[in-house]
Design a protein around this ligand. Structure first.
Ligand code: SAM
Length: 238
């Protein structure tokens, strides 16, 4: 038999993600769905030695292993209700990508945009599905010959989630976008995030003209949904 100490492993962050997503709500369910979600992986000692990154720029994509740190203390259950199945059908935790799982470890593939060694080693990555501050416990290059399986079956999540949501901006929101010129991709980011329709499945049927809110970077964004149109009402800085 294995004693708990024999079979437990110490892992610690090699770095942390700086991401536009400041709360769980509205983060896409998988990487690559919101291409404009650009972030920075800042390495920490002793993993921030430039040698650790030598050759990484040859790869277009990386696997990031991370801890679901925001919810890690909530534990896990053998059965989960994947949002994609409307919240009713239950699947085994190991048949899902649920955040509530043993060891609270996540895995995301991201595009590597840039490698910066100054002032401290960091990776600029695109297509994130991670909360700001997420601890990264490992980084591996994506190997197309081994990792891309074109005839793989995707089970209950076989196709990429799509909506035909149209995005509009109020005059006030347009004015705020103009003022936010230091984040030139903000409009595109908002469009892609709202294009995923982050509302919980059970609220999609009802059209209450409810006001939704999210934070991207320092911006507090409010929107309403009517039929297949999301209208951004305001973009403020708090
Ligand atoms: N691609 C990863 C995977 O398959 O392991 C994550 C998939 S998980 C379904 C994606 C969701 O995790 C996001 O929509 C967000 O709500 C949540 N999330 C992202 N970063 C998190 C963190 N640091 N702690 C807890 N939840 C997080």
């Amino acid at each position: 038999s294995h004693s708990p100490t024999e079979n437990s492993y110490r892992i610690e962050p090699v770095g942390y993600i700086r991401s536009p997503y400041r709360q769980k709500f509205a983060i896409p369910r998988q990487p690559g769905l919101v291409k404009s979600a650009i972030g920075t992986l800042e390495l920490v000692a002793p993993y921030n030695h430039p040698d650790c990154l030598r050759g990484i720029e040859e790869f277009s994509h990386l696997w990031l292993s991370f801890v679901f740190h925001e919810t890690a203390d909530k534990g896990w259950k053998p059965l989960v209700r994947p949002p994609r199945l409307g919240g009713n059908a239950r699947k085994g935790v190991f048949a899902t990508r649920a955040t509530f799982r043993p060891n609270a470890l996540g895995l995301s593939v991201v595009e590597l945009v840039d490698v910066q060694l100054q002032p401290t080693p960091r990776l600029i990555v695109r297509g994130l599905d991670l909360l700001d501050g997420t601890p990264i416990v490992d980084i591996k290059p994506y190997l197309p010959y081994a990792d891309a399986i074109t005839d793989a079956r995707g089970g209950f999540a076989d196709d990429r989630p799509t909506t035909d949501m149209r995005i509009e901006f109020s005059a006030a929101a347009e004015a705020s976008l103009t003022r936010a010129h230091h984040v030139p991709h903000l409009r595109q980011l908002i469009c892609e995030v709202l294009g995923q329709d982050p509302r919980p499945g059970y609220q999609r049927e009802q059209n209450w003209d409810k006001e939704y809110g999210m934070h991207l970077y320092e911006f507090n964004i409010k929107w309403r949904v009517q039929e297949q149109t999301s209208t951004v009402i305001s973009i403020s800085v708090d």
